[in-house]
Write a protein that binds this ligand. Structure first.
Ligand SMILES: Cc1cc2nc3c(=O)[nH]c(=O)nc-3n(C[C@H](O)[C@H](O)[C@H](O)COP(=O)(O)O)c2cc1C
Length: 127
């Protein structure tokens, strides 16, 4: 499987509703994941889930943001054509006072090769 290594100025952003349905993704996200914005909006965020990712990481992500805290962590995602890419993600809750809607935003940057190596070993020990 082909790895896409993020460029140092790649900055991937996506926004979901309370259930993890994608509402928005920026150009870098679409470019790296290999989808158009139209293909992503309305899909569950697990559309880019890679099978190597332990369930526990996403459990921790959801528990953290649901309790109004910021989650940071490493995520291996799947591209539309079956490749993959690693990101370092910061995920946080947002409350829109006008619409009274809660949503979640993830901003992702390139992790270093060493960081990827270390997290890969850790994720192998998790489920
Ligand atoms: C803002 C936000 C961004 C997310 N980004 C990703 C992501 O890039 N990749 C991913 O696999 N899951 C992401 N998730 C977690 C998914 O919602 C989901 O929990 C995960 O893919 C596991 O899928 P499953 O619960 O169907 O097993 C994100 C969740 C939120 C709230």
């Amino acid at each position: 499987m082909q790895e896409y290594i993020l460029k140092s100025d790649d900055f991937l952003v996506s926004q979901t509703d309370e259930k993890g349905i994608i509402k928005f993704a920026n150009d870098d996200f679409c470019k790296v994941a290999g989808y158009t914005l139209e293909e992503l909006v309305g899909q569950p965020h697990s559309v880019v889930r890679h099978s190597d990712m332990p369930k526990a990481a996403f459990k921790d992500l959801w528990e953290t943001v649901k309790s109004d805290k910021i989650w940071t962590g490493y995520v291996k995602n799947r591209t539309k054509d079956g490749g993959y890419y690693w990101v370092f993600a910061t995920v946080f809750p947002k409350y829109d006072t006008a619409t009274k809607e809660r949503s979640y935003i993830s901003c992702r940057r390139k992790p270093s090769a060493t960081e990827i190596q270390e997290i890969q070993e850790l994720y192998k020990t998790m489920r």
